[in-house]
Design a protein around this ligand. Sequence first.
Ligand SMILES: NC(=O)c1ccc[n+]([C@@H]2O[C@H](COP(=O)([O-])OP(=O)(O)OC[C@H]3O[C@@H](n4cnc5c(N)ncnc54)[C@H](OP(=O)(O)O)[C@@H]3O)[C@@H](O)[C@H]2O)c1
Length: 233
Amino acid sequence: MRIAIIGYGKMGKLVESLATREGWDVGPRLDLADNREGSGITLSSMSGVDVAVDFSQPDAVMANIQAGARAGVHMVVGTTGWGAHLDRARQLVLDSGIGLVHGSNFSVGMNLFFEIAAEAARIVGKVPQYDAFLSEAHHRAKKDAPSGTALNLLELVRPHLPGREPGIAVTRAGHIPGIHVLGFDSEADTITLQHSARNRQGLAEGAILAARWIAGRQGFYDFRAVFREIMGF
Ligand SMILES: NC(=O)c1ccc[n+]([C@@H]2O[C@H](COP(=O)([O-])OP(=O)(O)OC[C@H]3O[C@@H](n4cnc5c(N)ncnc54)[C@H](OP(=O)(O)O)[C@@H]3O)[C@@H](O)[C@H]2O)c1
């Protein structure tokens, strides 16, 4: 199996080292200079590649997907902050016959947190005296805000809390790997659920899990659904 890396930054390098450890061949590795407007993703550069994993930057994603679709390469897109283009991306993928998994958060722990958050909102949503709140904190280099993960949490709790939709408080500082909080507050007390990433290892592991799953499959998938299928939820 061969994996191509699109965006050879912090996540791209971590995916490379985990993939190598699991016996994948790795390459090509494309950074901005090699891939303006998706120019590095071609039939010839992707020949022999089973899956291209994109951890680049939000404004690069659509060009990368377009080029990936043209080159016929399956993709895992971990880059966040391009949600406004999701419908167009789905169409490109379905028209081309490639397979693509995207996700705001590939960590196993966060995907468990998604399950817990949806269930908590379902339960607390039945009790009108509780308001919900969301917050997230990340390192100062993170470009999108609120995080894609926080937006996913909002989507999960929204149906259960009509008229009580939470806002999202955002912190960008230092080197925080990622903290997400979902809380419920009443006059009498506060219930708080928190996920704190210790490092980026779990994110890269999930991306490799998705890469193995999508190789040879067609269609457009959210990692949460893929994770649920893999785990048998
Ligand atoms: N879904 C998840 O689980 C998850 C987890 C962690 C991070 N993320 C997201 O993944 C993205 C990358 O995160 P990171 O921490 O790895 O960032 P990073 O260290 O800044 O790396 C991003 C890399 O992408 C490169 N790049 C920019 N435009 C490109 C293009 N058109 N083609 C190829 N490469 C390009 C950059 O190259 P230059 O340095 O040359 O500009 C840089 O090396 C962000 O959107 C982040 O929010 C998602």
